[in-house]
Design a protein around this ligand. Structure first.
Ligand SMILES: [Zn+2]
Length: 385
């Protein structure tokens, strides 16, 4: 059979960089510009593939979020929130702060996801990515973990409501995708799968493997927590052992995936020990699943990633290259990219596509960690085969 020609959309506009809590906050969308320019300089991304985000309407955001929460975010946009309200809606700490025009800048991230959904569902493109999105911690009535509106959950609900799709969400960010999970916890039309560092020592603390959904939704939430310091091989074997039976049993129409790249060993916020190599293998595996099960229909979101110079641009380039069916790049990064950005970077920029192993700490408990991970994976797997 002749392979179907696939085309890929890429959500981008410079306006997406305005989602910014403060100049010193670790969530820095400059990483999106760095990635986009790297892909353009490599010759794999053209401006013609860009999908401009729109500002999502209140009704669209209301597919997941409560109206009082949306109104609160509007008020916070103008700096007129009382301390009590800020506390009630999760905007009082240092992590997820109020910032000017935050409603508009957050609604634009949602609108990027919805424009991408529309393009795929009207067959203008086969698949796409929205690396500026993936705000999976945001809860229906509360800001959480750097996330205001949950563009992933809203896109899923929009796919269900407007296009009658059966959606599988695969979240591979280092943190549990709690906002997405709780948005669909009693729903059996969508399956939410999350593989992440265990919540024992990491935000948000949830995502235990026994969290499996409730009522009609029981069995439609899947959590695969991994031990801190998990390395590439263990991540991949556990991921493969669990996602394959899940997708074969659920049979989705479309996949929505979250590609936080904070499982990398140089990420400052987590305790995982993965490399750039697995950050190519993961999207590659997910793309292959889409080709097998959903006729190639997939949306890849960004997510976490807090080493914005040394890790994220290369890691997210891997996501895009896997999505368009390209092999993992080798050799030197484009000189043009290094020369342009070095002046802004706090440390020397990476020169090649491979990790500098000098900074990689070997893990003494490696086999013990792999064993614990696999034991849990087999438990999860047993529920689907
Ligand atoms: Zn994360």
């Amino acid at each position: 059979m002749k392979k179907k020609q696939q085309s890929t959309g890429y959500v981008y506009s410079n306006d997406l960089l305005q989602y910014r809590f403060s100049n010193s906050h670790p969530f820095n969308q400059m990483r999106l510009k760095l990635t986009t320019e790297l892909l353009i300089d490599l010759g794999y991304l053209q401006n013609t593939q860009f999908i401009s985000p729109r500002i999502a309407t209140d009704d669209e955001i209301g597919l997941i979020h409560s109206y009082d929460y949306i109104q609160t975010i509007r008020h916070a946009s103008h700096g007129i929130l009382s301390d009590n309200e800020a506390k009630k809606y999760g905007l009082d700490g240092d992590d997820t702060q109020q910032f000017r025009m935050m409603h508009k800048h957050s609604a634009r991230i949602v609108g990027g996801a919805l424009n991408l959904v529309d393009q795929i569902m009207t067959n203008k493109i086969t698949n796409g990515c929205h690396l500026g999105g993936g705000l999976h911690h945001s809860l229906p009535g509360r800001a959480n973990g750097f996330c205001i509106y949950n563009d992933v959950a809203i896109a899923i609900k929009y796919l269900m409501h407007h296009y009658n799709q059966r959606v599988l969400c695969i979240d591979t960010d280092a943190h549990h995708g709690d906002g997405t999970q709780w948005s669909f916890y009693t729903n059996n039309q969508v399956l939410i799968y999350s593989i992440h560092e265990t919540g024992k020592f990491l935000f948000p603390g949830s995502g235990h493997y026994t969290e499996r959904g409730n009522e009609e939704g029981f069995g439609y939430t899947v959590n695969v927590p991994l031990e801190p310091y998990t390395e590439d091989d263990s991540f991949l074997e556990v991921f493969k052992a669990t996602i394959e039976p899940v997708i074969a049993s659920f049979k989705p129409d479309i996949i929505v995936s979250v590609h936080g790249v904070d499982i990398h060993y140089l990420d400052p916020l987590t305790h995982m020990n993965c490399t750039l190599d697995v950050l190519y293998q993961i999207p590659y595996m997910i793309k292959s699943l889409a080709d097998t099960y959903t006729d190639g229909k997939i949306i890849m979101f960004g997510g976490g990633g807090y080493n914005i110079w040394e890790v994220v641009p290369r890691a997210w380039s891997h996501v895009f290259l896997a999505l368009i069916g390209e092999t993992k790049p080798k050799g030197q990064l484009p000189e043009k990219w290094i020369n342009k950005w070095q002046q802004y970077a706090p440390n020397p920029l990476p020169q090649t596509w491979t990790d500098d192993r000098k900074a990689y700490q070997a893990i003494p408990r490696r086999s013990e960690i792999s064993e614990i991970n696999m034991k849990r994976a087999m438990q999860v797997r047993s529920w689907f085969i």
